[in-house]
Write a new protein. Structure first.
Length: 108
């Protein structure tokens, strides 16, 4: 996950130049559902360290923080007139894109 403010600035620049911007945010199903159980070794992307976690303990806080991040990202995009589409790797990419394009055609 990148710095949300930096991403928003970059997207804003694209919009200011008159581009039609769509964000397709693709996450692995495991990132969205956190299906892990027991003890698991996870990589801390901020420190590059491996940490052992008790999955049942971290699942709820993780999913809460993820939802806050996704909601914030979606809102930042929408406030700039940018379409935001969250897709899961559990679904074929073409299905999600077709669903979005059908929605967009109706919305315009």
């Amino acid at each position: 996950l990148d710095d949300p403010a930096a991403v928003a600035r970059g997207l804003s620049l694209l919009r200011l130049k008159g581009n039609d911007v769509i964000v397709f945010h693709i996450l692995d199903a495991a990132e969205l559902e956190f299906p892990f159980e027991g003890l698991a070794r996870m990589e801390d992307v901020e420190t590059d360290r491996n940490v052992t976690v008790e999955c049942e303990v971290v699942k709820s806080p993780y999913l809460g923080l993820l939802q806050e991040f996704l909601d914030g990202t979606r809102e930042r995009c929408r406030s700039q007139g940018i379409d935001y589409v969250l897709l899961s790797t559990a679904e074929p990419l073409d299905r999600g894109m077709v669903r979005f394009l059908a929605w967009r055609a109706k919305a315009k």
